[in-house]
Each structure stands twice: as C-alpha cells, then as structure tokens.
Design a protein around this ligand. Structure first.
Ligand code: TNX
Length: 530
C-alpha cells in the first residue's frame, strides 16, 4: 500500500493547483475526468440528481453494513471487488460503529423489492433498499461510477472518486433474463460462474439454463441415470460434452443466488429430445434408440406422446429438477416440435404442465405453448421476429389476454447468437444480423400488438451455442449487445435514447478490458481510444 501514498498526495496537490488556477481567472477546470458523471451507468437509473462534492474512497474507508447476514454478504461482495485494485483494507463492519464510509442499509420505502437509493457526498456514500437485492443493485451502480481500473485484480493508482448526488432507481420489469445453451456445447461450472458475474454487472436477475437438447443432456437425473452419462457424452461437432452432477448444479444455483440471479432450468420437450431418446429406447414409439446426434439441425426428434412411460419420465425429471431448484420456474421448452403431430403436442402439454404445478413450480414455455392451453400463471417466451406469421403473434396476444405472462426474446433483437454482420466469425444468421443498435432500439412495452402491458413480465436474451465453444466466444457474442437488452429490462422507457445510450455503452469498454472480457468493436459505438 505504501507505494500509493506519493501518487495520491501528488494528485491532491494537482487538484488544489487546478482549483487555484480557476480562482485567478484562467480557463475553468473542466469536469474532473476521474469522476464518472452520476448517470453514466448501464442500465440507466430511473432518477439521477447530481449535486455536492464527490466521495473519495481512501485507505480509511469502511464498509458499514446493517446487522444482517444478507446485507453483510453484499458488503463482502463489494469489498471483494474494491480491495485488489484499491489496495485498501476496507473492513466490513456493523453500521452501528460510526458514521461515514460506504453504508449499506435496509429500510428504504417506495422503491420496491429490487430498488435502491444511493446518496454520495464528501463524507460518504449510503445505499438504502428494502431488500438485500436492492443493495446489490446499488452496489453495481456504485461499481460503474468508479473508474474502470477498479475491476483490475492488482493495485491501481486511483483516485477512487464517486460523483456527489442522489440516485433513486428501481426496475421496469421483474424478469430480466439471459439464457445460456449448455446443451449444444457444454460449459463447465466455472464458465457458468464467469457468465453469471458478467450478467450481475447489468442487474440481470434470471439465468435460464437450456439443459437438454438433441445434442446433449446436461443434468444428472438419478432415476434415469443414462440421460446424463450417455445422453450427455457428446456435443455439437462430436466433442466430449459433459453434464452437471446435482452437487454442481446446486453450486451454480448457489453462486447465481449470491449474485441475485434465479436459475430457470429448461428441459426442452417434446421436440429437441434426441439425447434422451438415444439414452432410453422405451421413450421412442418404435422402441428403438436413435444414435447420439452432433449436428445442428432442429425439429427432427419427439418424445412418444402416446406412451405412459413418457409421462413417468417427465414426472421423474421434473420432480428431481424441482427438488434442486429453489426458483419459481421450470421451463418445459415446447419449441420447434416439428416431428410431433399438433394433436399430440396439445395432449403432451395437457399432461406435462400439471406435473410442473404438482412440484410447486410455474411453467415457462417457448411461445408455441400459446397454441396449446397454457397453465394458469404460465409464462410464454416469445422468440419470433418481425416476419413471424401474424396468426402466431395473435395466438400469443390471445393467451396473454387470457392471463399468460410474456417474456420477450424476439430473435431479430435479443438473440445473442445472431451474427452482428456478415463478417462475424461466430453465430448464425437465420433471424438476420443483429447489430448493437438493433438489439437496443425497441420497446418491450409495446412490441407485440394485443399483449396487455401488464402481461409483459420482462425480457430475456438467449445465447444458443451451436457455434460457441469457449468463454471468449461467449463474451464476444454477449458484449456489447447484452447491456442494451438488460437496460430494456431495467430502465424506464423515458430514458430510452440510442444517441446517449451509445456513449454510455462506449464508456463500458475500459471496464471490459479490465475484467478481461473481449467484445465486438461495433462501428455503431463511439469507442474512446483511452
Ligand atoms: C431456434 S429459439 C431454436 C434453437 C436454436 C436457435 C439458434 C428456439 C426456441 N429454438 O433450437 O438453437 O434457433 O439460433
């Protein structure tokens, strides 16, 4: 720590010098470049009032937390981010012991379960919220107000200034999701954790895991062990594949929860089931197991809807999955069931949706479920595009009018596996190219005609992994598009403006650099070279 005394002192002297220059009438000091303007964060906060003097995190700063283990965890999370780069001790102490520093307090009113208030001034920073989740989101805002170098894991010079003023913030939507397809290519627990950390920075709160598909089954099910051991043994391209043991899945759930994300597990049925059909011959109508599949076609597989064993299978899988999933939802897929006759699809969904309810969970399905009878309270995940058959959109609108919730994942806006342009080395293009502006510049509130505003529960950006193998591949497709979708989920529509958004987005790049996150240098974004 000693080596930082001199630069900090120097910096103070320079600030004093700059201040006195302005007194003698030279050019007024421009806004201090080391202080991020209070509103320059993603997602844009609901309300920002800049005033007063910046707070400076220093060697004496304490993180003062309310006496609650959940609040202490948020305090420790903040300390873990700040300590390596600042080099300060930043003890996390009960708030009763003194004033100043960074305070995390419960008790805010009127900001909802996820909202927070952040007050910053010379003597300290106070984040107040009704729940720990709100404090966590306040911490993400604080993080983005600090210089990008705060994300480095070695000591940096600072100074660590946070602009003065007040932010009051709460989300537009309760469901702010991202999906990771671990079926087409398998990603390890550590890779998923890295992904979760990246999402937390943008206040994403739902992690949808696509756990099964034609190419792989990725979760251990004790009553049907071959699903994972055989069905999970390969992936697109024929590589090794893999699956999560129950302990590993619980570790993902725990880690996600420590970042205030809920895991939404998906078992895609009745199509997209070749891995299951290959593992158990009895699930096939002809009793013959097909070979494992490592290509990228869709729509060729189906569970055997007329066999009772199919529902024993669905019951066992959903029961075991529900038992290790504390979250509210189980996603049952239901997309692209091109090999399931329509009447069979209806019959299947009639029998499977009640199983989800029986184990205490709420159904989520891809929007084709609107063509069946969605269970009470079910959420439909809309993944169509501008050119989708209007009749299909009307079906979703009708279901929404009947009480179904809608999650918006329009493929030509939110699909993170779409290429940015024709030269993008990774990804697909069946929904067109999705450049950064296209991903951001739409309004979930009036996107689908006939869907009541109250039926829109939020947005989700799916990342399908047919072409993605490494964490670097993931990062490149996610950044810089995901922050835009996250902002649509969080920020009030009144803040929506591409021209100011793209400047805030450009300001994120040094943070990604510091975090070691690669990204696509979209020509639409005014990246700064510093
Ligand atoms: C469509 S979107 C699919 C997936 C593919 C994806 C590739 C949806 C519900 N189904 O099976 O992976 O396109 O972009």
């Amino acid at each position: 720590m000693r080596q930082h005394r001199t630069p900090r002192l120097l910096c103070t002297l320079l600030l004093v010098a700059a201040a006195s220059i302005s007194v003698v009438g030279a050019a007024p000091p421009t806004a201090d470049k080391t202080v991020t303007p209070l509103g320059q964060v993603i997602p844009a906060p609901a309300s920002v009032q800049a005033h007063g003097t910046p707070y400076r995190i220093s060697t004496d700063t304490r993180i003062r937390v309310e006496d609650s283990s959940e609040v202490r965890k948020v305090g420790e999370y903040l300390a873990d981010i700040l300590r390596p780069s600042t080099g300060y001790r930043l003890p996390v102490t009960p708030s009763a012991h003194g004033q100043g520093g960074i305070q995390l307090r419960l008790g805010a009113k009127g900001l909802g379960a996820e909202g927070y208030r952040l007050d910053s001034g010379r003597s300290g920073i106070t984040i107040t919220a009704a729940e720990p989740a709100g404090l966590f989101y306040g911490v993400q805002t604080l993080r983005q107000l600090l210089p990008a170098s705060v994300e480095e894991d070695s000591t940096q010079p600072g100074p660590w200034l946070v602009a003065g003023g007040t932010i009051e913030d709460s989300p537009r939507y309760a469901y702010r999701g991202v999906m990771l397809d671990v079926a087409r290519h398998f990603f390890t627990v550590d890779q998923v954790k890295r992904f979760i950390d990246e999402m937390a920075l943008y206040k994403v709160n739902e992690l949808h895991l696509h756990l099964s598909d034609d190419q792989g089954w990725r979760i251990a099910i004790d009553s049907w062990p071959q699903l994972a051991t055989y069905g999970g043994s390969t992936q697109v391209g024929g590589g090794q594949g893999g699956y999560y043991t129950k302990a590993q899945y619980k570790e993902i759930v725990r880690y996600a929860s420590s970042r205030h994300l809920e895991v939404v597990p998906e078992i895609d049925m009745p199509g997209h089931t070749n891995a299951a059909l290959a593992s158990y011959p009895e699930l096939n109508c002809d009793g013959v197991a097909p070979p494992l599949y490592t290509g990228t076609d869709v729509g060729f597989s189906s569970l055997c809807v007329s066999k009772d064993v199919t529902y024993d299978f669905a019951d066992d899988v959903i029961r075991e999955l529900a038992a290790i999933t504390p979250g509210e939802y189980i996603h049952i897929g239901g997309d692209e069931a091109h090999s399931t006759p329509h009447a069979d699809y209806l019959a299947f969904m009639e029998r499977v949706q009640p199983i989800v309810a029986k184990y205490g969970k709420t159904v989520v399905g891809w929007h084709q479920l609107a063509g069946a009878s969605p269970a009470p309270g079910a959420l439909l995940q809309y993944w169509g595009l501008d050119g989708t058959d209007p009749a299909e959109k009307e079906q979703v609108a009708a279901a929404a009018q009947d009480g179904a919730g809608v999650i918006l994942s329009p493929a030509d806006r939110t699909y993170l596996d779409m290429k940015y342009d024709k030269d993008t080395p990774l990804g697909q293009d069946w929904a067109g190219f999705v450049e950064v502006q296209r991903a951001y510049d739409w309004d979930p509130g009036n996107y689908l005609a006939g869907v009541p505003g109250s039926a829109v529960k939020g947005v989700e950006a799916p990342l399908w992994s047919e072409t993605l193998v490494t964490s670097a591949d993931i990062d490149y497709m996610v950044f810089p598009r995901l922050p835009g979708v996250a902002e649509l989920g969080w920020s009030p529509a009144s803040t929506h403006d591409w021209d100011t958004y793209k400047v805030r987005l450009a300001a994120q790049a040094p943070r990604w650099d510091a975090l070691g996150v690669g990204y696509y240098k979209s020509p639409q974004v005014p990246w700064t070279t510093e």
